[in-house]
Design a protein around this ligand. Structure first.
Ligand SMILES: [Zn+2]
Length: 226
């Protein structure tokens, strides 16, 4: 039976970095895979023409990347990029809640709470709060993913390390994940940067080899009901 799968990402590109292969795998299985982006991924440093062009470019890259993995965008909100700690938690939750309620996901993939990026940490808190377990709830699982150049860059004493307990075999979807990352060429860097295509291929193979697979994406199960 087809499932509703929701990815909640702070910035366009986080969804592919964290779970692009898993999204493609769900789409291959006939699931409805949707993404909510909470910021425009660019910010409004000067709110000038260059910024709006960059926002347009980022939105365009996102559409392309999502098309490659068989997903769609549910919405892109306008919370402040790299400054989600400047708005109240309530505001983030209230922005997110209506979309979660109407889409009724069975599974949510989102950020890990130990990331260096403040937006990523706020997103997990908001998802957990917006999805407080209620009688008759539609949601079974919340998983957090790792984002290269944020999850591994947090100071060791500042938060809990990303310690995966759930692996998804993406051997058949890795090529599509890497192609989708190429759609975000503006965000990609040259190897050996953590956010380079080659490093991300190595990461998928490393996560796979940890559990005897050709390639995998790794997750932390934040909550499971049922
Ligand atoms: Zn991000």
């Amino acid at each position: 039976m087809s499932k509703n799968i929701l990815v909640v990402a702070a910035h366009a590109d986080d969804e592919i970095l964290g779970c692009g292969g898993t999204m493609a795998k769900h789409a291959d299985a006939g699931d409805d895979v949707a993404v909510i982006f909470l910021t425009n991924g660019v910010g409004s440093r000067g709110a000038g023409e260059e910024d709006s062009q960059n926002v347009e470019l980022r939105d365009c890259s996102a559409q392309k990347a999502l098309g490659i993995v068989g997903a769609r965008s549910l919405t892109r909100l306008e919370l402040p990029d790299n400054a989600m700690d400047s708005v109240s938690r309530l505001e983030i939750i209230q922005a997110l809640e209506p979309y979660i309620k109407s889409f009724q996901p069975e599974t949510i993939y989102t950020h890990h709470g130990g990331d260096l990026n403040i937006d990523h940490r706020r997103v997990l808190e908001a998802v957990l709060t917006a999805c407080r377990p209620q009688p008759g709830s539609f949601l079974s699982q919340i998983y957090s993913f790792e984002v290269a150049s944020s999850t591994a860059w947090q100071g060791s004493s500042l938060s809990s390390a990303f310690s995966p307990n759930h692996y998804i075999d993406i051997s058949q979807q890795l090529d599509r994940k890497l192609t989708a990352l190429e759609a975000y060429s503006e965000e990609m860097r040259d190897f050996p940067h953590a956010r380079s295509i080659k490093a991300l291929e190595v990461q998928a193979k490393f996560r796979g080899a940890q559990v005897g697979l050709e390639a995998a994406e790794a997750f932390v199960l934040e909550r499971s009901i049922g």
